[in-house]
Write a protein that binds this ligand. Structure first.
Ligand code: BES
Ligand code: ZN
Length: 872
């Protein structure tokens, strides 16, 4: 049904499953072509539930061999299996169900269920992959104890892993077997097995209560020497969750496996986390600082799910943010504690604005708890994740850290073993803090980014701050109400000194408010000099601030504010304003030069850089082209890009000497360490290399590229060379390719560097990459390194005026959708951003999306593209 939106599942239709599955026994005869899966499920009707007409089980693409009820073989008149559902009348209130099915891992290119990655067999079951392995009520509120037996050829699959604790193993001729028991009841989405020829490294961890846990990380033999960092991060994560939330690990073993084909980043299967090897495998030669930080974060994230997700799981997929938002919040806090809290917060805000604010302003805007979906695969979004984490932070900022932590611990303890809802989470926070958290639920039910408008005035010695909030309408949600907004403010004088004000009789230099109305007025008496207002300190709520600050005032904050977020934000705000003016000037062939105020701010950064290189690098990071597109209507990305280049040129011109001196002193042969401080220095070096590319510097950059001894510097230099886009870049790419053509993870960087570059003819380059012998549509990392790098990180190329960027991406999406619909639909979300592009290009994009909708596409693709197509 082209152009028709697919059928949707509604939150209001939630009904509990009438049965409990007391025990689940599974046995696998593993073979890549044809795996036989035998299951035995013990059903028991729940108290208070009526006997249903049929028992329904999910099952997708299963070759049904036989079914038994209470040990009796069923004939084909006793059940139906159609539309991915198996139905039979219940024989009694308690009964056993047995199924034998066959599946083909090798033919499974969607990478959901049991599939082949390299020569290993592995699974991905979240959200609805378990039904592609065997029949089961594949929903998160049905929790069962799993016992698993694996049998396979011992040479091809020497390692056999499943959830829980190992129980038994042995040899049977050419084969061997392993039995695993998971004592903790879990939903089917947390099920996992791995079989392969893998190597591992081990470590021991002693838990809070003194139990010993064996930690293992398994990878293909080529990667075995690159997993030490992940192991270290795992140990630190386990310790952190004990220290901060009192959460202890609960099995004898914790296994982590890296695979090369994986739809997402990593997965928290109980006791058997499976990782995209890109987020596990790293050393100085092959991975960047960014990769190391990501590995640390993702290891922590998946480990933290053991409590926020596994021990306490979700009642239904509408509650997804209950585990994902909370776990993102927890991994953000972990990273802040391991690294620099100030830098971490700014990174998180950059990410939130780039992805979530864009989503919230586009055709697929949805609330943190959506009320309907067609495909749950499409709801692993930035809103569920990043906004979900921000909403938790809002609660933390209202309650204070200690009450918040008490509430979180209460949530874990009162909901242990349950499939919970967002109400359960809020109830735990409320009852342990005695704070009603008024209106917090609206953060979960309303889509769209609230706008906080700030107006200040000084009239007859009365200083007033008027705060007004409103959330613009989104698709299907025209009317919005106020949301609670925690807010910290402070005041500075013209010299950048903190001011002490008289507020209702007390002297204060800062103020904390929890906004719980649409409008709020605050007044201070006896003020002679209008204070410079520092507001939304620490970015305590995910809102868009519109303020009446002048550039002079912002410059004072940029130079003096003791809140590191506001100091950074103030410089960004001036830069954003000027870049938008610049883009307009470029479009209309007008003169454009950046202001002295802005240049002074930038020039200062070089003088104070050595105090905190990581922070200085963030200050030098110009507002992204995508963010500026978001801030415009009818945008011309090439003009925005050109304005950005003009700003970078001015920064370079005015700070040439300092940049050259820094680079001259920079030690390209320094010993590499991934710690935050060393990484910070390299990120500042990256900013300098990029700026140096605005000079006649190709051969210099190429020499540095050759002498760099770590992947971080190499990629920073490759990025600078890509900006210039001349022959030196080609030479560097050739060297890079020859050095790394046998390492897939590094090769992805070769592809993404080229796909994301705006220089030269980006669409032509994209087309060349698509026919490169190393390009394949079956590996999600490779797909992302080309298609997503282009569609998301190359706004100039993607939005090329002739529509060739859109056309090429749609052609690939049609092919990819037939292979891996989950990844294809994810790449297609890049078109959400086109709503902000000028109308002529929008209409070309629409033609291509309509062409896509006329194809026989997956329901995932259908859901994403039909809603974009309506709004474009
Ligand atoms: N539960 C998700 C993983 C997942 C994988 C969900 C496939 C659905 C399909 C996991 O915990 C997760 O959130 N992973 C993130 C990384 C994380 C650090 C935010 C991912 O895979 O991108
Ligand atoms: Zn997660």
């Amino acid at each position: 049904m082209p152009n028709q939106a697919p059928a949707k599942i509604q939150l209001k239709d939630y009904r509990p499953y009438p049965y409990s599955i007391l025990q689940t026994n599974l046995s696998f005869e593993l073979d890549k072509k044809r795996t036989i899966v035998k299951s035995k499920l013990e059903f028991a009707l729940n108290k208070n539930d009526e006997v249903p007409e049929y028992v329904s089980l999910d099952g997708e693409n299963l070759e049904l061999i036989e079914l038994k009820l209470n040990g009796r073989l069923l004939d084909t008149t006793e059940y139906t299996y159609s539309n991915d559902t198996l139905r039979f009348p219940p024989p009694s209130d308690k009964f056993s169900f047995e199924a034998t099915v066959a599946i083909s891992p090798e033919a499974n290119k969607a990478l959901s269920g049991l599939y082949l990655s390299g020569e290993s067999l592995c699974t991905q079951c979240e959200a609805e992959g378990f039904r592609r392995i065997t029949f089961f009520p594949d929903r998160p509120d049905v929790m069962s104890r799993f016992f698993v037996r694996l049998e396979a050829n011992k040479d091809t699959y020497p390692i056999l892993l499943a959830n829980g604790n190992p129980i038994a193993s042995g040899t049977i001729g050419e084969n061997h077997f392993a039995e695993w028991n998971d004592p903790w009841p879990k939903p089917s989405y947390l099920f996992a097995i791995v079989a392969g020829n893998l190597l591992n490294k081990s470590a021991d961890f002693k838990t809070l209560s003194g139990k010993n846990v064996k930690l293992n990380i398994y990878v293909e033999s080529v990667d075995i020497d690159r997993i030490d960092y992940a192991m270290d991060a795992l140990i630190r994560s386990m310790k952190w969750d004990e220290d901060v939330f009192g959460r202890e690990y609960d099995l004898d073993v914790f296994n982590v496996v890296g695979v090369r084909d994986f739809n997402a980043g990593a997965m928290e299967n109980k006791g058997l986390n499976i990782f995209n090897s890109a987020l596990l495998v790293a050393d100085s030669q092959t991975a960047t600082d960014f990769d190391f930080a990501n590995i640390e974060r993702v290891i922590a994230h998946e480990y933290f799910h053991n409590w926020s997700g596994n021990r306490v799981t979700c009642r239904d997929w509408f509650q997804l943010s209950l585990k994902e938002g909370l776990t993102v919040f927890r991994d953000q806090e972990f990273s802040a504690d391991q690294r620099s809290r100030a830098v971490q917060r700014i990174h998180d805000v950059i990410q939130l604005r780039a992805r979530q604010f864009a989503e919230d302003a586009g055709p697929n805007a949805h609330s943190v708890r959506p009320h309907e979906y067609a495909s749950i695969d499409n709801f692993y979004t930035s809103t569920i994740y990043e906004k979900g984490a921000e909403v938790i932070r809002v609660a933390q900022n209202i309650l204070g850290e200690s009450n918040f932590n008490k509430g979180a611990i209460k949530y874990f303890e009162t909901n242990d073993g349950k499939a919970a809802t967002i109400e359960d989470w809020l109830e735990a926070l409320r009852s342990s803090s005695n704070d009603p958290l008024d209106g917090i639920e609206k953060w979960y039910s309303q889509a769209g980014t609230p706008i906080l408008d700030v107006k200040t005035d000084l009239v007859e010695n009365t200083y007033s701050i008027k705060l007004a909030q409103n959330t613009p309408p989104t698709n299907n949600q025209p009317v919005k109400e106020w949301v609670p907004i925690p807010l910290d403010m402070a005041f500075f004088n013209k010299n950048g000194e903190k001011m002490v004000l008289d507020f209702e009789g007390t002297h204060i230099d800062s103020i904390h408010l929890n906004l719980s109305t649409e409008e709020t007025l605050i007044e201070f008496e006896g003020i002679d000099e209008k204070p410079v207002l520092s507001i939304l300190r620490g970015f305590t709520a995910p809102v868009k601030l519109i303020s009446d600050h002048t550039n002079e005032e912002l410059a004072i904050l940029a130079a003096h504010d003791d809140d590191t977020f506001v100091r950074w934000e103030s410089l960004q705000t001036i830069a954003r304003k000027e870049l938008l003016i610049g883009a307009y000037a470029v479009k209309n062939n007008m003169e454009f030069s950046t202001s002295k105020i802005l240049m002074n701010c930038y020039n200062n950064v070089f003088d104070i850089a050595q105090n905190d290189y990581a922070y200085a690098a963030l200050l030098l990071q110009l507002p992204a082209t995508n963010d500026l597109i978001q801030a415009s209507n009818d945008a011309y990305p090439e003009n925005i890009f050109a304005a950005r280049e003009l700003l970078a040129t001015s920064i370079y011109e005015q700070n040439k000497d300092k940049i050259s001196k820094f680079i001259a002193d920079y030690k390209f042969d320094a010993e590499y360490s991934p710690d935050a401080k060393s990484a910070g220095l390299r990120s500042y070096a990256a900013a300098c290399f990029y700026l140096l590319s605005f000079d006649d510097s190709s051969s210099e950059l190429l020499e540095y590229f050759k002498s760099a001894n770590n992947m971080t510097d190499k990629m920073s230099l490759l990025f600078a060379l890509a900006r210039k886009g001349d022959d030196a870049w080609s030479q560097a790419l050739n060297i890079f390719y020859n050095d790394w053509k046998s390492n897939n993870l590094v090769l992805d960087k070769y592809f993404s560097n080229q796909a994301a570059s705006a220089s030269g003819n980006p669409v032509k380059r994209l087309k060349d990459l698509l026919v490169h012998p190393d390009f394949v549509l079956t590996n999600p990392n490779r797909v992302r390194s080309v298609l997503a790098s282009f569609a998301v990180n190359n706004p100039v190329g993607f939005n090329s005026a002739d529509g060739s960027g859109y056309e090429t991406i749609v052609n690939e999406l049609i092919k990819l959708d037939g292979i891996n619909p989950m990844v294809a639909a994810r790449v297609a979300t890049a078109f959400e951003r086109v709503v902000k592009i000028e109308p002529q290009r929008r209409s070309i994009a629409k033609q291509h999306l309509e062409r896509l909708l006329r194809e026989n596409i997956s329901k995932q693709m259908q859901e994403i593209v039909s809603s974009i197509n309506k709004s474009i």
